[in-house]
Design a protein around this ligand. Structure first.
Ligand SMILES: C[S@@+](CC[C@H](N)C(=O)[O-])C[C@H]1O[C@@H](n2cnc3c(N)ncnc32)[C@H](O)[C@@H]1O
Length: 266
């Protein structure tokens, strides 16, 4: 199979893999993230993303022969894992038979994201990894300029990586500690800044989404913080029927950035 004997649970690489899946600080220190599952690994290879290593469970080599051949063809190091190791390492309910470690993509500057085409999505305190991953997936598909993450879940959390379907490897993502300062910088670079709110904003069909904008999405629990809302150029709402209080944050972001894309295509 692999280029060396299968690794046991106490091997340093296995310990590192476990840490990278569980600990944001370990990911930051190593500048790496983990792709959990054959689909994600295949997608990363399709994208031509550099992978540091692919790890295979005991029966994965025959079950995923094509994927393993692709990884080999891309010059990626392949390591086998002994029976029972995946169960200890993985974070999914059913252990995934194939894992890969990838270097975290280089973070662009806020100025570079501000200067790119399409809307900038500013995610403030988005806490659910699935929501952040879904938002990244839509941002890539809708041709957003990039995503600015202020607080909230780590963008390289394994669940975020999975929900992004690999988009985390491609979408320009900037991490900014202070959303107010980040938005000031985006405004300084010529973008109008809009908060998105479940009620009371300008209907999104009338908002200038095809102009250079930064769209601020708030957290699942608290929405856009007051301190941020006070500094924005305006607010935008997707009108809703029925008694629905609000949309899921990734759904709201997707509707807005695809509306922006639709107008660019008109
Ligand atoms: C689940 S909602 C937040 C609900 C929160 N309880 C509140 O008080 O705002 C998460 C985010 O999705 C966006 N959002 C949700 N529904 C929206 C709508 N109808 N129009 C525009 N943005 C919306 C907003 O950015 C909001 O902060």
């Amino acid at each position: 199979v692999a280029d060396a004997p299968a690794l046991g649970p106490r091997h340093h690489e296995v310990k590192q893999l476990r840490a990278l899946l569980r600990d944001p600080a370990a990911r930051r220190t190593a500048g790496a993230l983990v792709l959990e599952g054959p689909r994600l690994v295949a997608d990363a290879l399709r994208r031509g993303a550099p992978l540091s290593a692919v790890y295979l469970g005991p029966h994965a080599e025959s079950a995923f022969a094509g994927l393993v051949a692709d990884a080999r063809g891309a010059g990626v190091r392949i390591a086998g894992l002994k029976e029972g190791v995946l169960e200890k390492v993985g974070t999914t309910r059913t252990p995934q038979p194939v894992l890969a470690v990838a270097p975290a993509p280089a973070e662009p500057t806020l100025a570079a994201v501000a200067a790119a085409a399409g809307p900038v999505v500013v995610a403030v305190d988005v806490a659910d990894p699935g929501n952040l991953g879904t938002l990244l997936r839509s941002a890539e598909a809708a041709g957003a300029a990039g995503v600015v993450c202020c607080g909230g879940v780590d963008v390289h959390n394994p669940k975020t990586v999975r929900a992004s379907a690999g988009a985390v490897l491609a979408v320009p993502v900037v991490t900014v500690a202070d959303p107010v300062a980040g938005l000031e910088a985006l405004r300084g670079a010529g973008r109008r800044t809009f908060g998105t709110v479940a009620a009371g904003g300008v209907p999104y069909t009338e908002a200038p989404l095809d102009a250079p904008v930064a769209l601020v999405l708030g957290s699942e629990a608290h929405g856009v913080p007051d301190a941020v809302a006070a500094r924005l150029d305006g607010t935008i709402t997707i009108p809703m029927a029925g008694a629905t209080e609000s949309l899921n944050v990734a759904v709201a972001a997707s509707i807005l950035i695809f509306e922006a894309a639709r107008r660019r295509l008109l």
